[in-house]
Design a protein around this ligand. Sequence first.
Ligand SMILES: Cc1cc2nc3c(=O)[nH]c(=O)nc-3n(C[C@H](O)[C@H](O)[C@H](O)COP(=O)(O)OP(=O)(O)OC[C@H]3O[C@@H](n4cnc5c(N)ncnc54)[C@H](O)[C@@H]3O)c2cc1C
Length: 244
Amino acid sequence: MRTYAPLTIVCDGCLSNLRKSLSAPKVESPSCFVGLILENCDLPHSNHGHVILGDPSPILFYPISSTEVSCLVDVPGTKVPSIASDSPTTAQCFYGRSREGKHQKMQNKSMAANPVPTPGAILLGDAFNMRHPLTGGGMTVALSDIVLLRDRLRPIRDLHDAPALCNYLESFYTLRKPVSSTINTLAGALYKVFCASPDPARQEMREACFGYLSFGGVCSYGPVSLLSGLNPQPMHLHYHKTEL
Ligand SMILES: Cc1cc2nc3c(=O)[nH]c(=O)nc-3n(C[C@H](O)[C@H](O)[C@H](O)COP(=O)(O)OP(=O)(O)OC[C@H]3O[C@@H](n4cnc5c(N)ncnc54)[C@H](O)[C@@H]3O)c2cc1C
C-alpha cells in the first residue's frame, strides 16, 4: 500500500538530489572553504566575527564556544588546490599550519531560486536557494522562508485542495523576494568586492568598501541589518550602493 502526503516539503540541503524535480537549478561553485577549529586563541574583538581581507580572498574567524574559534579560509575556484602544487597559496600556508590539526574542506555554492511550481511539493533551504556563505545568510533566508510559508499555509483548511494550495505556493515565491534577493545580492557583491584583484578599479572598490564600513553608524549597521534580515529592503541596498 502507498500513502501520499498532500504537501511534501523538500529540504535536503546544498547537495540536494531532489531539487532537479522541483526547480531548474544553475549551481555555481565560486570557491571552497578550508576550515579549522582553533583552540584557546583570543580574537581582537571577543564575541565578534572577523573578516580578514586577504589575498586572494577573505578569511573568516568567529567564536563557536568560549574556548574555540572557527577559521574559514576562502580558496577561489571550483577545486581546493593540491598541496603539492608549485606556487604557494593561502590554502597551502593554511595546510602547513594545520598539518597537525584537522581541517575540513567544503565547496561553496551559489544558486538563484528558480522554482518549477509543482502541485503538492515545495523546496526550501539550500536545496532551493544558495549564496556565498561569507556573510552567513543561508539560515536567515531559510528561516525567513519557513515563517512566510507557515503564514501562507495557515488559512488553508484542507491541504488536499490542490488548486488553492498551488495559488498559495506561487504567491510564496513572490513574497519571499525582498528578503532573499536583498541578502543574496549583498552576499554576492561583498564576496566579489572583498576578493583581491590585480585590477586597480577593483582594488579601489575594496578599499572604498572597507572605508565605508569603518565609518560606523549607519554605514556599518545599515549593511549589517540588511545581511541579517532585520531590514530586508532592496531600496536600502540601493541607498548604500549609491553612498559607497
Ligand atoms: C562554512 C559555512 C558557514 C556557514 N555559516 C552560516 C552562518 O553563520 N549563518 C547562516 O545563516 N548560514 C550559514 N551557512 C549556511 C547554512 O549552513 C545553510 O544555509 C543552512 O544550513 C541550510 O539549511 P538546510 O536545512 O537547507 O540544509 P542543511 O543544513 O544542509 O540540512 C539538510 C539536511 O538534510 C539531510 N538530508 C539530505 N538528504 C536527505 C534525504 N534524502 N533524506 C533525509 N534527509 C536528508 C542532511 O543530512 C541534512 O541534515 C554556512 C554555510 C557554510 C558552508
